[in-house]
Ligand binder design. Sequence first.
Ligand code: HEC
Length: 209
Amino acid sequence: MSDSRGKGADLPASAKATAGASKLARDREASEGGQAPRRPWWLASAVALVGVVVFWTLGAGAQAQSPSEASIAAGRRIYLQKADCQACHGWAGDGEKMDSQAPDGANLRMSQLDRDQLVFVIKCGLPGRDMPAFDRLAYTDDRCLGRTRADLRRMGLELFDPGATLQSREVERLTDFLLAKVVRQGSMDRAKCIDFWGEEVDVCSEFPR
Ligand code: HEC
C-alpha cells in the first residue's frame, strides 16, 4: 500500500500536523478493531491549508489598513513638538533643520527605511551619528541589539541625548505620520504642504503650485 505521509512534505507545518493527527486518529480507530471510515488523506490537509490562507489574508488586510487622520495628527505633534525631530530634520523632514546649532539630520523624505526599521532607529537612535535614542530604556537591556551604554562607551560611540523620551505607542503614532506624510514622499511642494498641515498654512505659499 502506498503511504501518503511523504506527500505532505511541502505543506505548512500546521497543515502537516493536521494531516499527521488525522493519520494517528485513523490508526487508533483501526487498532480498536473497528473498520475506520477511510477519509482521503488530503482532505484534512486541504481544510487546514484553507484556514491558513484565510488567516494570512485577514492578517495582511488588518496590517495594510491605513492609520486614522487623528493618529497621523498625533504623530505630527510628536514630531514637531514633544520629540522636536524638526530641530535636526526640519519640519518637513527634508533635513532643512530648524535649529542651526543642531546636528544635521538625515533627509527623511528620501529615507528607504521600512516601518520596523523606522521604529528601531527612533527607539535606539544611531550611536555615533548624533541621532538620539527616544526609548527611555534604550541600551539598558537587550532591546537595542543587546547592547548596553557600557558597550557603546567601549566602542567609542556617543549617544546624543533626546530632549524627551517617547512611549512605544507614541513611536507608533510618529511612525504612522512619517510613513503617511514624510518618508518616501519626495520633495515638498504646495499640495504636499497643505496635506502635511491639513490646511493651507502660510509656509505653504513658499512652495510653487
Ligand atoms: C539632535 C538631532 C536629531 C534629532 C532631535 C533627531 N534626529 Fe533623526 N537623525 C539625526 C542624524 C544626525 C541622523 C543621521 C544622519 C546620518 O549620519 O546618516 C538621523 C537619522 C535619522 C533616521 C535615519 C534615516 C535613514 O534613512 O537612515 C531617522 C528615521 C530619523 N533620524 C528619525 C528621527 C525622528 C523621527 C526624530 C524625532 C523623534 C529624530 N530623528 C530626531 C539627528 C537627529
